[in-house]
Design a binder for this molecule. Structure first.
Ligand code: SAM
Length: 345
């Protein structure tokens, strides 16, 4: 059988349209759950094409809902599709799809934020980290309230080669509110450059694929949507623990419009702040007058390395949190207790 004949044989048999399924099972979109469906199969096919070749692939689809994207994934030739859906109303429609593609769909009724994806696929599909990515893809059109915490969790998983990345450099194709998609891909100096840009770009190659106008969804969300593709890098651009990088980046970006040394200062307790800040800036060889948005990833790496060096000399620094100090000071003012006493408790 030729490759195109094989792909044609994997195409789904005639089924009720997604719109008919929604009516059949009375699948009203839940506003509280930010459910916005894609009913246009040309559009879902286009999203799925961004993932690359899915022939014989293992795929995890997050939030399949009424199954538009699910159909496109199956039509693209995925051999093993695991769908994780939180809302039980969608399960009967997904079962119908699974019957139309015998042996190719596994349905998990659960929450993607807690689902153990490291146990969801056979171990023998794993590739070593430095090899090409495994034939495993994650695809999803999730509510915005879930996609942002989820990508932050998955970025930490990438850094630790855990969760979906226990199989190697698993690729992700996900939708985000357009503004978040722009932050993920923002380059140095751009208005959208943010914490998320640095955290995502030091770990992944990121490609902004295309924008879907809000009117393409049912019901229409307030905003447009960006499709973003991620491939984890073989070598992360910053070789420090994720939590340390996250702390440095969070501190630097807390004063977005000020010079970057302002944020770096807050990594250190008041007593040693000026000397330690100077030490970090000099060691990293970064101009203290740059704005956070102007910093390149190599400069952030130099700052993280310099901070990590100081932490090896003064291990207590690692647990110091400026915001926590402020909170304790505020509490002590309210209660008339010395801050040090509270900090010690
Ligand atoms: N993929 C479908 C589409 O494109 O038409 C549905 C998209 S709708 C924006 C998001 C879907 O994700 C809904 O079906 C919703 O129930 C599901 N969902 C929301 N939070 C979830 C979670 N934490 N885990 C798994 N599924 C979730």
């Amino acid at each position: 059988m030729s490759a195109s004949q094989k792909l044609a044989s994997l195409r789904l048999p005639p089924l009720p349209t997604v719109g008919e399924l929604i009516k059949l099972y009375n699948l009203r979109a839940e506003k509280q759950l930010s459910q916005n469906f894609l009913l246009d199969l040309k559009l879902t096919d286009k999203i799925v094409r961004q993932a690359g070749c899915l022939k014989d692939a293992h795929v995890c689809e997050v939030g399949p809902g009424p199954g538009g994207l699910t159909r496109s994934i199956l039509n693209a030739g995925a051999a093993d599709l695991l769908v994780v859906e939180k809302d039980s109303r969608f399960i009967p429609g997904l079962k119908l799809l699974s019957e139309a593609a015998p042996g190719r769909v596994r349905i998990v009724h659960g929450d993607i934020l807690t689902y153990r994806m490291d146990r969801g696929f056979p171990r023998d599909i794993s590739k070593k980290w430095h090899e090409d990515p495994p034939n495993l893809h994650i695809i999803g059109n999730l509510p915005f309230s879930v996609s942002t915490p989820l990508i932050i969790k998955w970025l930490e998983n990438i850094a630790n080669q855990s969760g979906p990345f226990a199989y190697g450099r698993t690729r992700l194709t996900l939708t985000f509110q357009k503004e978040v998609a722009e932050r993920l891909t923002a380059s140095t100096g751009s208005r959208q450059r943010s914490r998320l840009s640095i955290m995502a770009q030091y770990l992944c190659t990121i490609h902004s694929c295309f924008t879907i106008p809000g009117r393409a969804f049912v019901p229409k969300p307030e905003v447009d949507v960006g499709v973003v593709h991620f491939t984890p890098l073989v070598k992360a651009q910053i070789q420090q623990p994720f939590k340390l990088v996250e702390k440095v980046v969070r501190n630097v970006f807390q004063f977005r419009r000020k010079h970057c040394h302002k944020g770096i200062e807050k990594l250190f307790p008041e007593a040693c702040r000026p000397e330690m800040t100077q030490e970090v800036m000099q060691r990293a060889d970064v101009d203290p007058a740059l704005r956070p948005t102007e910093l390149t990833i190599p400069q952030i790496r130099a700052l993280a390395d310099a901070y990590a060096h100081l932490c090896t000399l003064e291990p207590d620094l690692q647990s110091y949190e400026f915001r926590e100090e402020l909170r304790l000071k505020h509490l002590s003012r309210q209660q008339g207790t010395p801050a040090a006493t509270l900090a010690d408790t």
